[in-house]
Design a protein around this ligand. Structure first.
Ligand code: PEP
Ligand code: MN
Length: 259
């Protein structure tokens, strides 16, 4: 999330195409400390306004335990990023909140370690956990990460967690996002987390792995075809422009993209 204009343009486009959540980074976890770090608290009011305008619940990454209290009234779901999957103090603290937690896979994490991380949240009292496969670091350098879609099928067969796939970070390459999204749906994913920017080339973060609105729309059309073929048609979000932003949209029972 860079500015009100950029967030609004993005939200307007993705909601037309059928997205059900608005994800934006306020406190960004960047490898390079000199790069854009996010709007922080200055972005809260913008986020609330745009979320209400388009009826899209808010997802944002919490990177520091000290921000949980600050962010809790704003977000509908907390995101834990790949670098924090092993931050057990943060996970335990999120276990004490009543918001769903989107737990991204650590980029060096075994599936078992990822599931143990989820237990830190669950055993502190919060069982609303959504796992997100976002690629792992392997010897392969052609792609930014290696997207492990076998993890999706594995988890769907062995756990009760909803599983999302992030083909943006999973590949780092915008033209691979659509094929990997369709493959993720076929592997059983419950939802996708995709970076969209009105003008990806000008994005302050992750420009190479964002889609523009028309590419995103094109992806959603084909995604729907795949889901229909699989007998799991896309669940269109119910417009909820009047819903307060603390509504819980994801749980073990209700999944984000399909049912
Ligand atoms: C993100 O989702 O924007 C992000 C930084 O992801 P990850 O933690 O998977 O790198
Ligand atoms: Mn990103």
């Amino acid at each position: 999330m860079e500015s009100e204009k950029q967030l609004r343009q993005t939200a307007e486009n993705i909601s037309k195409s059928g997205a059900s959540l608005l994800r934006g980074g306020l406190f960004k976890m960047r490898t390079d400390p000199q790069s854009f770090q996010g709007l922080g608290e200055r972005g809260f009011e913008i986020f609330k306004k745009v979320s209400r305008e388009f009826g899209l619940p808010i997802v944002s990454e919490v990177s520091d335990q000290r921000h949980i209290e600050l962010m809790e009234p704003l977000v509908d779901m907390f995101q834990v990023g790949t670098r924090n999957m092993y931050n057990y103090a943060l996970l335990k603290e999120l276990g004490r909140t009543n918001k769903p937690v989107l737990l991204k896979r650590g980029f060096t994490a075994l599936i078992d370690e990822w599931l143990l991380a989820s237990e830190y949240i669950a055993s502190a009292g919060n069982e609303r956990i959504i796992l997100c496969e976002r690629g792992i670091r392997t010897f392969e350098r052609a792609t930014r990460n290696t997207l492990d879609l076998s993890a999706v099928a594995y988890l769907k067969a062995r756990t009760h967690f909803p599983v999302l796939v992030d083909p943006s970070h999973g590949t780092g390459i915008s033209d691979l996002i659509k094929p990997m999204s369709l493959a993720a749906a076929a592997a059983g994913a419950d939802g996708l987390l995709i970076e969209v920017h009105p003008e990806p080339a000008r994005a302050l973060s992750d420009a190479d792995q964002a889609l523009n609105p028309s590419q995103f729309d094109d992806l959603m059309v084909d995604l729907e075809r795949v889901l229909v073929a699989l007998g799991r048609p896309l669940r269109r979000p119910i417009p909820q422009t009047t819903t307060p932003s603390n509504v819980v949209v994801l749980s073990h029972e209700s999944k984000s993209l399909s049912h």
